[in-house]
Design a protein around this ligand. Structure first.
Ligand code: HAM
Length: 424
């Protein structure tokens, strides 16, 4: 076969079985966890007016450099749209539009788009699950969302995840800190990497996010936010830490954790997997964004939430060998050498009983069908040849172990199989 003329666009990939099964498993688990905690699902558009995302902050890289944007086809007044790079801004837009009763607790799952330089664990289309709580500044809400994300990682068997937390303080504390940081960074500007000098001029706090070798010493010696928190912000942060301790969630204070988005105030946090490369080791993150709804034209509304990168989470599961046994294989393969009518009827009947059943197509020989049965990973084959058909029976063959087989009356094979499978 020749090479296919088209390839999936750079930075995107086709997710095929079994990886897609694992991703769905992670999504289902997340949905289950969040539903149990009283969160409802929000499904918002994949694209929005570009202004929605610009409110994240023009100096945020995902806004200034990484947006997939386009104009619609309205000849008179084309709207400038963008594929969503994240969902928090969309959810705040939806909140401002619908004004639901607070606290509004929602979860989501879906693809996000960022025009990034693709590499392992960094894609231009990637999957996130996440949750947001709007309309409360209660630190208990911070504790709830952080511990839910934590529980998710525990639940899927990731043992080595580290939780880093910090507080950026409210606007007043944050501004005071920013002033001090600018003074400090200006005094060491000559030593900073070229990229960080550029970041310094647009968004000084983001310099702390630099992973470049030459910036590390300067970052390590930079003033820390905690010393600049006003009393209220400090109390809020203490309450969050206490709540996490009460729940037994282990965390590390990371005094220079600023995260890549500009909307954060007070609590920020990140989940890091030591099993991944440092540049892509964040498997999730979040924080408070108390001014974002207002920036999007809604009433002053506090918010807190997180998003987890599902592609990276799966990579972390692979490297920790935390891969859950999904029991993906089918239960039964129907082999019919009498023309196909029996395969048609029997697979339909078994599937209706919730027995995972497959069959082959194209009138293949007995040998061909048995090969397909083996390849399918099925536990059992049900064989119907002319003799069985005449006697109203089927042959049930165990495809593992000794390969034992028995004749079973056609009428009771469904019930019979159900009992066998339940006993396994
Ligand atoms: P974020 O840190 O930009 O936060 O993204 C969250 C997670 O998405 C990251 O930790 C990472 O696992 C994954 N991710 C980000 N970019 C990529 C990429 N190019 N390829 C693969 N995975 C990626 C947010 O998006 C915020 N909306 C989180 C939040 C919710 N804050 C408050 N509420």
């Amino acid at each position: 076969m020749g090479k296919s003329h088209f390839q999936s666009p750079r930075g995107t990939r086709d997710i095929v079985p079994p990886e897609s099964d694992y991703l769905r498993f992670l999504g289902d688990n997340f949905a289950d966890l969040l539903t149990t905690a009283g969160y409802g699902e929000i499904i918002s558009p994949i694209f929005e007016d570009i202004g929605v995302f610009q409110r994240i902050g023009e100096s945020t890289e995902i806004v200034s450099k990484e947006m997939f944007d386009f104009y619609d086809k309205d000849a008179k007044d084309p709207q400038h749209l963008a594929l969503r790079p994240e969902l928090t801004a969309s959810i705040c837009r939806a909140f401002a539009q619908h004004r639901p009763i607070t606290p509004w607790k929602v979860w989501y799952m879906g693809p996000q788009f960022r025009y990034e330089k693709p590499q392992a664990g960094r894609y231009r289309q990637f999957l996130q699950v996440g949750a947001e709580v709007l309309g409360t500044s209660d630190p208990a809400a911070d504790v709830e969302v952080i511990s839910l994300a934590w529980s998710f990682f525990q639940r899927i068997g990731l043992q080595n995840t580290r939780l880093l937390i910090n507080s950026l303080g409210d606007l007043e504390s944050r501004n005071r800190y920013n002033d001090e940081l600018v003074r400090y960074l200006a005094s060491r500007k000559q030593e900073l990497s070229e990229q960080s000098v550029a970041t310094f001029s647009t968004n000084p706090m983001r310099v702390l996010d630099s992973k470049r070798e030459e910036d590390q010493e300067i970052i390590n010696e930079a003033p820390v936010m905690e010393a600049f928190l006003n009393e209220e912000s400090a109390q809020h942060f203490n309450d969050v830490k206490e709540g996490l301790e009460t729940l037994g969630v282990s965390f590390e204070i990371s005094p220079r954790l600023v995260r890549g988005l500009d909307y954060y105030t007070r609590t920020t946090f990140e989940f890091v997997s030591p099993s991944l490369d440092t540049a892509q080791n964040a498997i999730g993150g979040g924080g408070r964004y108390d001014g974002l709804v207002e920036a999007l034209g809604g009433p002053a509304t506090e918010g807190i939430g997180f998003a987890i990168g599902i592609d990276r989470t799966l990579l972390a599961c692979e490297s920790e060998q935390a891969l859950f046994d999904l029991n993906l294989g089918i239960d039964v393969f129907v082999v019919d050498t009498t023309g196909g009518r029996e395969a048609l009827l029997l697979s339909d009947e078994l599937r209706k009983l919730n027995i995972k059943t497959d069959r082959s197509f194209g009138g293949r020989s007995m040998k061909g069908q048995m090969k397909a049965a083996d390849r399918s990973g099925a536990r059992y084959a049900i064989i119907i040849g002319t003799d069985e058909l005449e006697e109203n029976q089927v042959t049930l063959r165990d495809l593992r172990g000794e390969g034992s087989q028995s004749l079973v009356p056609r009428k009771i094979i469904g019930k019979n199989l159900l009992t066998i499978l339940q006993e396994k």
